[in-house]
Write a protein that binds this ligand. Sequence first.
Ligand SMILES: Cc1cc2nc3c(=O)[nH]c(=O)nc-3n(C[C@H](O)[C@H](O)[C@H](O)COP(=O)(O)O)c2cc1C
Length: 358
Amino acid sequence: MDEFFTPVTVGGLELRNRLVMAPMTRSRAADAGRVTEMTVEYYAQRAAAGLIITEGTQPSVMGQGYVSTPGLHDEDQVAAWRAVTGAVHDGGGRIFAQLMHSGRIGHPYLYPDDALPLGPSPVASGQKLFTPDQGMLEHPAPREMTLDDIALAVKEFVSAARNAIEASFDGVELHGANGYLIQQFLADGSNHRADAYGGSVENRNRFAVEVARAVVDAVGPDRVGFRVSPGTSVNGISESDPVAQYEALLRELNPLGLAYLHIMELGDRALTLRLRDVWDGTLLLNPHATPTSFPASAEEGAEALRDGVADAVVFGQLWLANPDLPERIKAGGPYNDAEPASFYGGDHRGYTDYPSLG
Ligand SMILES: Cc1cc2nc3c(=O)[nH]c(=O)nc-3n(C[C@H](O)[C@H](O)[C@H](O)COP(=O)(O)O)c2cc1C
């Protein structure tokens, strides 16, 4: 699978291979959203990736969607992340921070003063929050964001991006996928607004484009990627016309000159190819050409590169369970299987103890 091992340039960075580690929430941050030594070890073990995209990281207190996720909104969090970026760079790797505002995927349990989560419209997700002490808590309908709330959320993405650069990240990925705040605005199932942020394809794209433009203005286009998952149903999302929504979105993002677009594919290769045709820049693909190709395999990724579908491929579970993934691919395997019971929360087990080849 030589196609993985030709260099590629992403946002001006020359990556040593085309194997990108997907953003994966692991819910192992300490109190106050600080990553720990264990997290330094976890990412350092995976520094052989051409690029690591971190777990979703909240840009503000109200952006937190799960327990024990890390943040990038205060100095202690920045200092804690600096140990991670240092270790990855020492290993010759590159690392972007995924900025994830969870929006309505949240619960007063997580916020000061029992605040309601925020969303474009007061439409509940139908999902639940895991808590260590109160079991599963149903997400309430979010508080509909005012225009001031929207402007503040844009500013929070900007300050988190600046903090990421301060923490020596190579860039940030804006999380426009998987039903969190940005996608809640894109999706007509969760966005019922009648103002400039809803009611039409263009208006539903407005928040995403404003966030991207503001973050590009702050840290430069080479340091900004954008993730989408068109047509997903995760986190209660519904989109009646993903083709129209995302083609229009990409046409608006094209002139910003982002480092990359990252598509989480959900079994519809035809949709990926349509978006590929609209997108002018570098494309990272988390490849699932058919609805049954989960988790993505090395073979599927190699095929996507061979077919010219993407410039680099993004793997989640393969990287989670195989810290030395490039070596394993070169050796033709074998691959460790990821253990779902240890995905979220816990200690080093299922986190830093997946074995490398001897
Ligand atoms: C444990 C776990 C946590 C995840 N957390 C995130 C996240 O924080 N942000 C995100 O964009 N996607 C997240 N995802 C989705 C992955 O990035 C990826 O799209 C998914 O695992 C499918 O790719 P795969 O088939 O290679 O595993 C997560 C997936 C897993 C398994």
